[in-house]
Design a protein around this ligand. Structure first.
Ligand SMILES: C[S@@+](CC[C@H](N)C(=O)[O-])C[C@H]1O[C@@H](n2cnc3c(N)ncnc32)[C@H](O)[C@@H]1O
Length: 405
C-alpha cells in the first residue's frame, strides 16, 4: 500500500457533519520535505489536522464548538492503546460503584442549572441519566488530557448516533435530534468499553509517543484569530455554508454532560458563522456590491438579506485574519459548497472570491468536485422550484486556492 493510500484510509472516530474529504487535504498540502505550520481555523472534527500531522507537518486548529475542539484533539492524539483500555476499565468500574450511590435527584452533571437539567430530562431516561452521570464523573477525574479526550469521545459516540444510542433521540448525528423512544435502546455501561475499543482501533496515532509533533487545537474564533501575524505557512479549511447546519443542536446532547450549560451553548450557536440568527451586530453597507454581483436578490426577504450580510461580514473577517496570519506567499485553501435560501441560489464560492480580493488574498486556482450524497449537509433544495441546473450546482464543492497578495 502506498503512503498516500495508507494515510487516506484514516477513518473518523466520531460522527461529525460536513467533514472535509481527506484527499482534498492530501492533494493541497505541500510536500517540500520540511514540516510546515498548517492552520485550520474552523477545524471541525479535525480532518485537515490529522492529514497534516500524518504528513509530518505542525497541525494547528481552532473552532468555536467545544465538541469540535474535543474531537479534533482526540483524533490527533498519540496514546498508548493498552493504557487507554486499562483506564477505560477503571473508569467504568468506578462509574458502576458511583451509580449505586446516586439518586434521581442528584444524577445530573455537576453545576447543571435548571434549564440544563430540564434538557437532560427531556432527552435521557432515568436509568441512563444515572449511568451517564456516573461515567461523566469518572472520566472527568482522568488526569492525562489525551486519554481524557479519547474517553469523552467514546462517551459522546454513545449519544451522537443516527438511529440508536443512549439518549431518547434519533438523528442526533445529523444535527436533527428528535425524540423517538420512551426508553433508550442502549445502556451506557454496556456500550462504553465497545466505544473505547472502536476508538483504539481507529485512532491514527495510537501507540505513537504523544510528545512527537503534537497537534495544537484550541478554542478560537476564525474571525479574530489568536495566532501571530505571518506565523502560518498554509491555511486549509472548509467553512460553514450560509444557512447550513446548526452543528450545536445535536452536539448539545453530549456537551451538557461535559459541563456546558445550555445557556453557554446557545451563545456559541448564535454567534457562529452561517447561522440564521445572530447575537452580533453588523453593518450593511460594505457588501452591497458583492451581493449585487453574485446573488439574485429579488426573491429574498429582508430577514434573509440580513443573514446574507452577516455571513459576508463573517467570512470577510475570516479571510482578513487568514491573510494576516499567513507568511508572505502563504496559501489559503477554502473548500466550500453552495446553498439556496428561499429557492435563491447562493454562490458561496464566488462570494468568497470577491471578498478575498479585498482582504489581500489573490485567487490562484478554482476547481470543483462532486460532493458525495453522504457528505452533503444541506437539505436538498425544493425540487419544484430548484430545477435541474440548481440541483447540479448543489452537488459540487469548490476548492479555492488563494495566495497572499
Ligand atoms: C464545515 S465544518 C468543518 C468540518 C471539518 N473540515 C471536518 O473535516 O470535520 C465548519 C466548522 O466551522 C466551525 N465554526 C463556525 N463558526 C466559527 C467561528 N466563528 N470560528 C471558528 N469556527 C467556526 C463550526 O463549529 C464547524 O465545526
Amino acid at each position: 500500500m502506498s503512503e498516500k493510500e495508507r494515510i487516506l484510509q484514516v477513518s473518523p472516530i466520531h460522527p461529525f457533519p460536513a467533514r472535509m474529504a481527506p484527499s482534498i487535504v492530501w492533494d493541497n498540502l505541500p510536500n517540500y520535505g520540511r514540516p510546515m505550520k498548517i492552520l485550520d481555523p474552523m477545524a471541525g472534527s479535525g480532518t485537515s489536522l490529522v492529514i497534516a500531522k500524518a504528513l509530518g507537518h505542525r497541525a494547528i486548529g481552532c473552532d468555536t464548538d467545544p465538541l469540535a475542539i474535543l474531537l479534533a484533539s482526540a483524533w490527533c492524539s498519540g496514546v498508548s492503546s493498552d493504557i487507554l483500555l486499562r483506564h477505560a476499565n477503571l473508569v467504568l468500574g468506578n462509574a458502576v460503584n458511583l451509580a449505586k450511590k446516586l439518586t434521581l435527584k442528584n444524577a445530573y452533571p455537576t453545576y447543571a442549572d435548571n434549564e440544563t437539567k430540564q434538557f437532560i430530562d427531556f432527552w435521557f431516561d432515568d436509568k441512563n441519566r444515572i449511568q451517564l452521570t456516573a461515567l461523566a464523573n469518572s472520566i472527568s477525574k482522568i488526569s492525562n488530557t489525551s486519554e481524557k479526550n479519547l474517553l469523552w469521545t467514546a462517551f459522546s459516540r454513545m449519544i451522537i448516533t443516527k438511529k440508536i444510542g443512549v439518549s431518547l433521540a434519533m438523528d442526533v448525528s445529523h444535527s436533527r435530534p428528535h425524540r423517538k423512544y420512551e426508553i433508550a435502546p442502549v445502556s451506557p455501561f454496556e456500550r462504553f468499553l465497545d466505544a473505547v475499543e472502536y476508538l483504539v482501533k481507529k485512532a491514527p496515532f495510537r501507540d505513537i509517543d504523544p510528545k512527537v509533533n503534537p497537534a495544537i487545537v484550541v478554542k478560537g474564533d476564525a474571525r479574530a484569530l489568536s495566532f501571530k501575524s505571518k506565523s502560518i505557512d498554509m491555511v486549509i479549511t472548509s467553512p460553514p455554508y450560509l444557512n447550513a447546519l446548526d452543528y450545536i443542536r445535536g452536539h448539545k446532547l453530549s456537551l451538557v454532560w461535559m459541563g456546558y450549560p445550555i445557556k453557554t451553548l446557545r451563545t456559541v450557536r448564535s454567534t457562529n458563522i452561517g447561522v440564521e440568527r445572530s447575537l452580533l451586530s453588523y453593518s450593511t453597507q460594505e457588501f452591497a456590491k458583492v451581493i449585487r454581483q453574485t446573488i439574485d436578490l429579488d426573491n429574498l426577504t429582508s430577514r434573509y438579506h440580513g443573514m446574507l450580510i452577516r455571513y459576508l461580514t463573517d467570512m470577510s473577517n475570516v479571510l482578513k485574519e487568514c491573510s494576516r496570519v499567513l507568511k508572505d506567499n502563504g496559501q489559503a485553501i477554502f473548500v466550500v459548497g453552495n446553498s439556496t435560501i428561499q429557492g435563491t441560489y447562493i454562490n458561496n464560492s464566488e462570494m468568497l472570491i470577491s471578498l478575498a480580493e479585498k482582504r489581500g488574498l489573490k485567487l490562484l486556482s478554482k476547481s470543483s468536485r462532486a460532493l458525495p450524497e453522504s457528505r452533503r449537509y444541506l437539505p436538498p433544495p425544493n425540487s419544484d422550484r430548484a430545477g435541474q441546473q440548481l440541483q447540479n450546482r448543489m452537488r459540487e464543492e469548490a476548492i479555492l486556492q488563494f495566495v497572499v497578495a
